[in-house]
Ligand binder design. Structure first.
Ligand SMILES: C[S@@+](CC[C@H](N)C(=O)[O-])C[C@H]1O[C@@H](n2cnc3c(N)ncnc32)[C@H](O)[C@@H]1O
Length: 468
């Protein structure tokens, strides 16, 4: 089914509209003012006293992030245009008087979108039409002002988690998500059980066709062939390793932290006749472990990582890439598919990113603009061969997931409860829009060790092998 973005997206002010002069003035003036007050009433130090300037520096370091965040929140209130709300009762019914009062007595005030999704997930409002259609018209009732609740989430959860990213934290967050129940994921991913962007050659491709095209594209980009030692980091339910073994004869190992995924993968491998590891025609295996514990009996000819690196986090990203470098043969290929926010973010993008961080993928903070990812790859010794933006393919993929989710509504509500249905409903609907309008996107990046001796001729002529 073709994607349904109905031309109702529009740009909101982005980071380039922030007045840097006032920001810098505030960031400097606040610590100086604090120290001035402290000195005047308590310390009484002279201006030439070193401790006074040391104190300015310490207060500056402590306040810079909160001041910056407060500045961004306040800017969002002034920069975001607020046309009167309309069509509220066409889209929603209210189960809660307080929520209704947010819109004013004549229902003409818009509401920050984060209040909106929270009220919807809490059952305080119900929808009268298809949610994707409603969200395509979100500017009639919602705006993208940031709220103090989001600021609190940023400081109390996001920043500490970004700084932590210990093994135990990663395990808790990742397993909590991916072990929820394979039926839960099947209800939107469909039979391929692939939780990453597909690749559409034609807008009418089915999800299954598009996912198989993506699997082929990855295997061909990695130049997989009979006997290739292939590692898939963050292998999900094992679909790629199975495909690599069955269609390309690779010896493929997938790593995931979720044992529910491994259980599913093992059945898939048996059913696909690729479970026998002494087979000369290729085999597949799934291991339940943290990526830091990947088996390293030998190095790999090809390493893939499809949308796991976001979970690695900013803090560990560089050491993760160094590990990949060490695990890869000198003539090996590395494919990384990674999603992230746009660099010139708009306030809607921040709202969407905070929603995803809070309700869908906690800890997946390495969802960074692609320039940052490329820098990290190059700093860690890789040469980039190709980079393809598949954001619009992601929008189409999630549109299929959204449709699947609608058709499994009753089942999910019965087994998991209405809140899970609504949470995922909002996530999927808004995530059709986000990559469709560039708020976030997804890149397929092919790279290899940037050594002088790497045989770059493999990218010419017949050996190239991954054109579509
Ligand atoms: C978005 S899913 C992608 C799954 C798969 N690549 C696909 O295309 O369907 C992310 C995967 O990364 C895995 N993952 C996340 N953090 C991990 C970690 N620290 N170690 C191993 N696997 C991890 C999850 O278990 C999950 O299988």
């Amino acid at each position: 089914m073709p994607i349904k973005i109905e031309g109702v997206t529009h740009d909101s002010p982005d980071w380039r509209h922030i007045n840097w002069t006032s920001l810098i003035t505030i960031v400097i003036a606040i610590p100086i003012s604090i120290v001035y007050v402290l000195n005047r009433f308590f310390l009484g130090l002279s201006l030439t006293h070193v401790s006074l300037w040391l104190l300015v520096l310490i207060v500056f370091i402590v306040t810079i992030l909160p001041v910056f965040a407060l500045f961004v929140v306040f800017r969002s209130w002034f920069m975001v245009k607020l046309p009167p709300a309309k069509d509220i009762e066409k889209y929603f019914s209210f189960n809660d008087k307080t929520v209704r009062s947010w819109f004013g007595s004549s229902l003409s005030k818009t509401v920050p979108i984060s209040h909106f999704h929270d009220a919807y997930m809490d059952g305080k409002i119900d929808i009268k039409q298809d949610l994707l259609h409603i969200l395509n018209n979100r500017s009639s009732f919602a705006d993208f002002r940031l709220t103090f609740a989001q600021l609190k989430f940023f400081f109390v959860h996001l920043i500490p988690e970004m700084l932590n990213h210990s093994r135990s934290m990663d395990r808790a967050q990742v397993t909590n998500h991916y072990n929820r129940g394979n039926d839960f994921y099947n209800a939107f991913l469909g039979e391929t059980m692939i939780y990453t962007s597909a690749f559409f050659k034609n807008p009418n491709d089915s999800l299954e066709v598009a996912q198989t095209q993506k699997l082929d594209l990855v295997c061909r980009k990695l130049h997989l062939k009979k006997g290739s030692r292939h590692l898939d980091l963050g292998c999900g339910w094992g679909t790629l390793v199975c495909h690599a073994a069955k269609q390309y004869g690779a010896n493929s190992i997938g790593i995931t932290l979720a044992n529910e995924q491994v259980k599913h993968a093992e059945v898939l491998f048996r059913d696909s006749n690729v479970a026998n590891q002494s087979s000369k025609d290729g085999w597949a295996k799934a291991v339940c472990c943290d990526y830091r514990d990947t088996p390293r009996e030998h190095r790999y000819d090809a390493i893939s990582c499809l949308e796991m690196a976001e979970h690695v986090g900013v803090r560990n990203f560089s050491s993760f890439l160094r590990q990949v470098y060490d695990m890869l043969e000198d003539d090996g290929l590395f494919y990384i598919q990674i999603a992230g926010l746009r660099r010139s973010w708009q306030f809607e993008d921040l709202n969407w990113g905070l929603f995803m961080g809070k309700y869908v993928f906690p800890g997946a903070d390495a969802s960074m603009p692609v320039g940052w990812v490329i820098n990290q790859l190059e700093e860690n010794g890789f040469e980039i061969h190709s980079l393809e933006n598949v954001g619009i393919h992601y929008s189409a993929t999630i549109n299929h997931w959204y449709d699947n989710w609608q058709s499994n509504r009753e089942y999910i509500i019965k087994k998991y409860g209405p809140r899970w249905f609504r949470q995922w409903n909002w996530f999927l609907a808004w995530s059709v829009i986000a990559p469709g309008q560039g708020s976030a996107t997804c890149h397929q990046i092919m790279c290899y060790k940037n050594t002088s001796s790497f045989n770059r001729k493999i990218f010419i002529g017949e050996q190239r092998s991954f054109d579509y």
